[in-house]
Write a protein that binds this ligand. Structure first.
Ligand code: ATP
Length: 344
């Protein structure tokens, strides 16, 4: 259970909202707002890992209305492993305030779905009180579920095992949610996940994991399920096994000099890629469950855009650039949906 701590900043200062032209109802004393509590409008961007959720959140935040983003990826919450958990880099955030992104001290233990409901709920109230739009974005569907349902029982895992029929997922929500589901056909998404792991390795993921490696930790042999907090991140368990056999040397890894070491490294990478694909598969299954349970998810098909992103020189779709395809098939339709919801 998360213990909290001074390093967790739940309410970082945000830029003044005075420049925002709000489309939100005026909340003066006579309005219906005070007679009938209006549900706060919240945009929720869902989708499997690697489908482009973060990009879409910035597209929306920079085009729709004054917005702030709340991260709903249970690993990106924690401070550290920025490359391995694929946090959106600062320069790509385009000045949009982000919450619960790298704010939680991993030393404080597990940040639970209940902690998320409570922390993100307060942040949403804070954002809406400034007449700004909260955009929740992340692949952790259990956290999104915990945040938005009217009644949340932390003792029940609605996605778990046999007994979880769609009916155990409530469609009674405490916010007026506009759900955007960025979908990518699974074969394309899994190819992209593999490529993404290679990109992350090129960006220095192994060095990052080497610094995170703790030879004293007692979970070295366990799989991710038995780990706590950030130690569950894909890559951590796989490379802990590797570093245990071949401890990181101060001079960096010299894997090519050692055949056994190279094989162990390749095994760690293979396991990581496999786990990334499994994660995407599980996430899609959960989203389909939420849809079956009656959540009004608006599906945006990013398959063509992601396919084109993997072949930048010779794009699919007649050579169109991937960013143009994204714009036409994902960003523009999403902006339209959100603008319509804001006017309602
Ligand atoms: P679960 O109940 O299986 O934890 P969830 O919906 O709560 O699912 P997911 O986002 O699907 O949360 O994360 C499941 C697991 O996938 C995490 O515990 C972690 O091992 C891995 N994972 C999720 N996001 C990341 C990430 N950004 N980087 C690395 N690993 C991740």
């Amino acid at each position: 259970r998360f213990q909290g701590g001074s390093s967790l900043t739940l309410f970082p200062p945000t830029p003044s909202s005075s420049s925002c032209r709000s489309r939100w109802p005026r909340m003066d004393a006579d309005s219906d707002y005070h007679r009938h509590r209006q549900k706060e409008k919240v945009v929720v961007i869902m989708g499997a890992t690697g489908c482009g959720k973060s990009r879409l959140s910035i597209d929306l935040a920079t085009r729709c209305t004054c917005s702030e983003i709340i991260n709903a990826d249970k690993m990106q919450l924690y401070r550290g492993l920025d490359i391995s958990t694929n946090k959106i880099p600062l320069d790509e955030r385009k000045g949009v305030p982000h919450h619960l992104l790298g704010e939680v001290d991993p030393a404080n233990g597990e940040f639970t779905a209940w902690d998320f409901r409570s922390a993100a709920g307060s942040i949403i109230s804070d954002i809406t009180s400034k007449k700004k739009l909260p955009i929740v974005v992340g692949g952790s569907n259990s956290f999104i579920h915990a945040l938005v349902v009217d009644q949340f029982d932390p003792a029940i895992n609605v996605f778990d095992g046999e007994g979880s029929s769609p009916s155990s997922i409530s469609s009674e929500l405490r916010y007026n949610c506009c759900f955007l589901w960025v979908d990518v056909s699974f074969p394309v998404l899994s190819d992209y996940s593999l490529k993404r792991v290679d990109d992350m390795l090129d960006m220095g993921m192994v060095d990052e994991l080497a610094q995170f490696f703790d030879p004293e930790a007692n979970d070295l042999e366990d799989d991710s399920e038995h780990r706590i907090g950030l130690r569950k991140a894909i890559g951590a368990a796989e490379f802990d096994r590797y570093f245990k056999k071949y401890p990181p040397s101060p001079g960096g890894l010299r894997r090519e000099e050692d055949r056994m070491r190279k094989a162990a490294y390749e095994e760690a990478v293979r396991a990581m890629k496999q786990n990334a694909c499994w994660l995407a598969e599980r996430q899609i299954r959960k989203i389909l469950r939420l849809k079956e349970a009656g959540w009004d998810l608006r599906r945006l098909d990013a398959t063509e855009a992601i396919r084109a992103a993997m072949t930048p020189s010779k794009c699919s779709n007649g050579g169109e650039r991937w960013s143009d395809i994204w714009e036409r098939q994902v960003a523009e339709p999403s902006v339209k949906i959100v603008k319509r919801v804001l006017k309602e």
